[in-house]
Write a protein that binds this ligand. Structure first.
Ligand code: NDP
Length: 323
């Protein structure tokens, strides 16, 4: 099969197209023909060695496709079934072996590309608005990088729960996309001098109930300063780099605020929770609540370009690799 391999950590140039032996499904596993693999920021952290990896490896955690064969003991799936997954390394390939417990069924109403676009990023947006901070009608909510893969979905889900979303973006085109996803206000955080002051102005001086911050280093201080008394800063990514250590006293000074640093994999920890969360997200796609924007499609061999584009802020919505 054709696949992308990395033999050493580094920049996008370590993503090398190669030929590898077809995987065989072990006990409890599915062998899947990958229709589309998802490109996520976590793939770049793994490639760079920020999240240590055993090398060589085939990167990519996410995809959707059709089951070709099942391993011993698999009863929930059969050859021909459509499945998606988001926690299986090896997805930048034509074929991947996925544990059945990590796969979810894809409803007929959801196309393969949408199934990928909605899964890792959609379930992330879902747990952020339902579990981390349950967004309520009338909440003022700050969403950074709102035209990105997670950002567009988060903006839609928060808006659907009755929040007023203040979105940050770096270009006018991205601002239009954020508005299209439901954002009431858009701030270009590369141009505004005092981001927290701008957010406070938009909330009549009160501040936001929750700031969803996936940008990290460059936005953290402004996110904290944008919160209302007892508001919550949800730091869930580091697109601009990791945040330096924080003195807890700063949470007190900001008004008895809360800080959390959640991750998806703790919110799909059991097969039951994974299946239920994926079904909720795919249900929202099927009934039109959630529109999944595929921003960019690349041939599998161009994984390097996909990573370069994602890390240079050139992309919007979801990025896919097509084997
Ligand atoms: P995006 O499509 O959102 O791309 C990242 C965006 O971040 C860019 O488009 C850019 O938007 C913004 N950004 C701001 N500063 C920088 C910078 N210095 N370099 C690069 N980008 C920058 O990516 P994803 O949707 O895949 O992921 C978004 C974030 O969510 C990532 O931080 C990721 O790690 C996190 N995440 C966390 C999960 C979790 O479980 N905790 C799960 C999934 C994703 P703009 O140009 O508008 O500034």
């Amino acid at each position: 099969m054709r696949a992308i391999q990395i033999t050493e950590s580094g920049g996008p140039d370590v993503l090398t197209p190669t030929e590898l032996a077809d995987p065989t499904p072990g006990p409890g596993e599915l062998l899947v023909e990958v229709a589309a693999a998802g490109v996520n920021f976590i793939d770049t952290y793994q490639r760079e060695g920020i999240y240590p990896m055993t090398l060589p490896c085939v990167p990519g955690m996410e995809g959707a496709g059709r089951v070709r064969a099942v391993g011993e003991g698999v009863t929930a799936y059969a050859a021909g079934d459509r499945v998606a997954w988001c926690e299986q390394l090896g997805s930048y390939a034509e074929l991947v072996a996925v544990p059945a417990a990590k796969a979810v069924p894809v409803p007929d109403a959801v196309a393969d590309e949408t199934a990928v676009g909605a899964l890792l990023q959609g379930m992330t947006a879902h747990f952020l608005v339902t579990d981390t901070y349950p967004v309520r009608e009338g909440d003022d909510v700050l969403v950074h990088a709102a035209a990105g893969g997670v950002g567009l979905l988060l903006t839609q889900l928060a808006t659907a729960r009755g929040a007023r979303v203040i979105a940050t973006v770096s270009t006018a085109e991205k601002g239009d996309l954020a508005r299209g996803a439901g954002a009431a206000d858009v701030v270009d955080y590369t141009e505004v001098e005092d981001l927290a002051a701008a957010v406070r102005d938009l909330t009549g001086g009160t501040g936001v109930a929750v700031a969803y911050d996936s940008v990290g280093r460059t936005t953290f201080d402004a996110s904290l300063a944008s919160l209302r008394t007892r508001g919550m800063l949800v730091l869930f990514g580091a697109a601009s780099g990791p945040v330096p250590p924080v003195d807890p006293q700063r949470l007190n000074q900001a008004g008895s605020t809360y800080l959390t640093r959640p991750k998806l994999f703790d919110h799909v920890a059991s097969p039951e929770e994974l299946t239920a969360r994926a079904a909720a997200v795919y249900g929202a796609v099927a009934d039109g609540t959630l529109d999944v924007r595929i921003g960019h499609r690349y041939p599998l061999a161009e994984a390097r370009t996909a990573h370069e584009d994602l890390q240079s802020r050139r992309t919007t919505g979801k990025l896919l690799l097509l084997p």
